[in-house]
Write a new protein. Sequence first.
Length: 198
Amino acid sequence: MEREIRGGLPAEIRADDSTVKVSGYAAVFNEAADIAGLFKEIIHPGAFRGAIGRDDVSFLINHRGLPLARTRSGTLILAEDSHGLKVDSGLDGADPDVARIVPKMRRGDLDKMSFAFRATRQEWIETGEIPIRHVYEVELFDVSIVTDPAYSGTEIGLRSLEKHREQLRRTMNFHAAASRLRMKMALRLKGVVDADGR
């Protein structure tokens, strides 16, 4: 299963004695994100709609470890609004993993949000200098509070781009071959060329 990770958006923390509330946006819609200078990526509104109702999404630290919250348990709430993928979680302040991250979040050591996904509906546009990937639908694995929102999915994105290019080449080759065959048949019908194509 190919997973891509994107993010880098600020997270907000509010804590009392028993509950730690973490909220923010794991993704923003309609903004072209530069993916390591190799391609741009735009997440479109509606991309998370199916995942929110279908996928059991965990809230993790740096996309690893035990979940701090989870959609299935109701401790992680995901929603799409006009801005992007909104994340709200009510974490158990007595959980040692939660207690461990609160000071780091307050200091700003853990201050960004990110998401891990697989694009299930996408389109590549290669008319400009750099390819643009439009993401219309995803399978969502997790949202995370992160130290460094690295674009670790770039290799996967490039494989997807190469797959798109190969499919485009095959289609173009098929159309070119079909066009040549139609021309030969038309010339043969007019008596210009013989059956051997001469």
